[in-house]
Design a protein around this ligand. Sequence first.
Ligand code: GSH
Length: 334
Amino acid sequence: MGVVWLATIALGALGLMLLAERLRRTTHAMAGGLHEDISLPHEQAWELYHNDFSLCSKKTRVCLAELGINYRSHRIDLIETGAYENLSRRFLKVNPAALVPVLVHEGHPIYESHDQLAYAAAHSWRGHVLTAEDPQRQALVAHWVRKTSLIGENPLAALEETAGNAVPGLTLPIFAAMIEHIPVRRIFVGLLFHRFPRRPLMFLAMKARGLKKLPSIKPMMAILQRSRTAMHGHLDELEAALEASGGPWILGQAFSLADVGMMVILDRLREVDWLGVFLTEQRPKAAAYWRALQERPSYAAGIASFEHPTVTRGLDAIKRLKAEDPDFAAVWSG
Ligand SMILES: N[C@@H](CCC(=O)N[C@@H](CS)C(=O)NCC(=O)O)C(=O)O
């Protein structure tokens, strides 16, 4: 009986501790743009909370590199790169939505990466170089910035809307490869504190099955197929835009924020070995465009120099399995 009482008390205490921690780590949506009402400790005019692998973080880093803005870097782990640091008390003070990137200017945060691009361009003497002056071209830049963004709370529900929303589904294989090396207890932190429990649940499912068995997780394969179809549509639009502008960039001779977003999307396709599917001879302009994008110093500064070891290892594992296992390779065909 004494043991039962002790166990009950211990469980009760644990439950209370978890509840108290849950209350301390409440998360909620944050509107995009500058929040002058929030002041964060800072040492530099520009600071960036970001993750090496995250699509939106890459976009903001490339934009800052294009603008020549120096920033203090705060690297934040996400579960796929090691741990749910985005759910830590410290980071939730920076962004209660628990998302990266967060750009901080003079101590005030700017949420949503597309808003960060616009804000940084508007506050840099070189900003006009990345945006357009005449309204028609401005509208074109706005169209492509949106097209390359992750929009909405559930991007998977609107894959056809933006190329950014079609990316997470195509990222599933590298997520599965990366999560193989992350201990399950770290994913549990997400189950306790994440605003969208379906995200840690998805990682748990991939962890349980392993990379090789990813093709057997039917709901994920359905998302992947839908994302692939949607991405084909988005890249057809890119091919047409490059044809119309005459290249080398979406606006023609001028590199703009439109290209910043697309650089990051194409790089993610590289990271998950999709380029052979999407940049075929059917899209020669997009293929040449991708080659030109990789030549930009901002590609090295914002993307290549942040290559994460788990991503490199994951891509190697994907390529190995594709060569060995036809069922696995079939994910990329068809
Ligand atoms: N619409 C937001 C999306 C931000 C977002 O989803 N960030 C992802 C990384 S790309 C993240 O922080 N995920 C962490 C998580 O869901 O646990 C933006 O463009 O900034």
